[in-house]
Write a protein that binds this ligand. Sequence first.
Ligand code: DX5
Ligand code: ZN
Length: 215
Amino acid sequence: MVLIAPSILSADFLQLRAELLASQEAGADMFHIDVMDGMFVPNITVGPFVVQQIRRATVMPLDVHLMIESPDRYIMDFVRAGVDTLTLHIEADRHLHRSMTLIKECGCKAGVAINPATSVESLVEILPEVNVVVLMSVNPGFGGQEFIPRSIEKIRRLKDLINRMGLKTVIEVDGGVGPKNAAEVIRAGAGILVMGSAFYKSKDYKETVRAIRSA
Ligand code: DX5
Ligand code: ZN
């Protein structure tokens, strides 16, 4: 079964606790938290302090996506903040093997994210070390962007690579995902769907979860 990860970037931040609760009651499986530094991506969002507050407000798994330069500098801060999965970009970290090892040693799941312009094949060496690959289906930085159609083919190729290597790595697809393309994304090989605007801009979260589950 596919897992649903609402991206709180599109939630109402002034009602964050209520939003978290409503998402959980609607049947979401984890929360996706986007951390941006204004360098790796043009936008700036939240840091470990906010993640720590969210950790206190929910028992749901926290899936933290770092879109920051040299993310290895902040691994321990996010581990201490209480993340469950910590994802770093392959384009931003020079020593990804070391970072993945450290994250796992800390008892968290280690994730690698790849931008739309980064090839699936560039993951070959690191794939055995990672629990999840976050395949970006938009250029990171903002919620509410259009899904890049080529991503479907890319998900298929990644799924194929994972199978050929005999791994169990989960594919998480991030950007422009919603009820209208969920079926195709799942069929291509996604195990986790990140949903920002399609989830939080929908009128009825339960209905959105139901639409995805029936996809
Ligand atoms: C984009 C972020 C996404 C974003 C997704 O940089 O990584 O997680 O919140 O939002 P939607 O689903 O609206 O594209
Ligand atoms: Zn994200």
